[in-house]
Unconditional design. Structure first.
Length: 225
């Protein structure tokens, strides 16, 4: 049986949105979101950026009558700062850019306006709740089960571990934990997402259901993290 595919207009909006997720991983995320949405519980994403993957979660949520929630401080992760590989100068907030007398520039990213435009263009604003702030703080306030948790936030051990420990406990029985940028070989990318993926498997609480390039989908099969 083939995986469900998003409507053509949803896929087109995903492909047009600013972001890094390739189409094959996006389709795997969408299929996981459709499956998880059948539980009748919210779908939650950690790491919004400009909303590329949010489109897929929102479309699945809309069709199932549930809500997609996305969490981000919108100041960019470490690799999106000036001088790093994934920096986009178009996402710098000019009003918060300060040049000191010695010529040193202090720059602040702001992906929130682009994210809002992305959702508006896709016609999905009404199906998403955006939490603007640090993931651990949002997780500390959260108090209900989730059908899906998609971890795609900061890629340091500190951030990835905090995202896992903050949100994985809320995955409902039979719900899905999805981890992006899982690279078993350090030559392919950072190891923090790989380490939380391995931790989830070794806990016995989650079992892997699919692998699409760097995207891993795991199902909750027991209590714990």
């Amino acid at each position: 049986m083939s995986n469900p595919a998003p409507h053509p207009e949803v896929l087109a909006a995903f492909e047009q949105a600013k972001g890094f997720m390739p189409v094959d991983e996006g389709l795997a995320l969408y299929a996981a979101a459709v499956e998880a949405a059948a539980l009748g519980l919210p779908l939650l994403e950690v790491g919004t950026y400009c909303g590329r993957s949010t489109i897929l979660l929102a479309a699945a949520a809309r069709d199932a009558g549930v809500t997609a929630v996305t969490v981000d401080h919108h100041r960019g992760s470490e690799e999106q700062q000036p001088g790093w590989e994934y920096h986009d100068a178009g996402l710098v907030d000019p009003e918060l850019t300060v040049t000191a007398a010695d010529g040193t520039r202090t720059v602040r990213m702001d992906t929130l306006p682009t994210f809002r435009r992305t959702l508006f263009a896709a016609g999905l604003e009404d199906h998403v709740v955006a939490l603007v702030g640090r993931s651990p703080r949002a997780a500390a306030l959260w108090g209900r089960p989730l059908g899906l948790v998609f971890v795609d936030g900061g890629h340091t051990d500190e951030h990835a571990t905090a995202d896992y420990e903050g949100w994985a406990p809320h995955v409902a029985p039979g719900g899905l934990l999805v981890v992006h940028d899982v690279f078993p070989d350090p030559a392919d990318g950072g190891q923090a997402p790989y380490r939380i993926y391995r931790r989830a498997l070794e806990s016995g609480a989650f079992a892997e259901t699919s692998v699409t390039r760097s995207l891993r989908v795991l199902r909750r099969v027991a209590d714990g993290v």
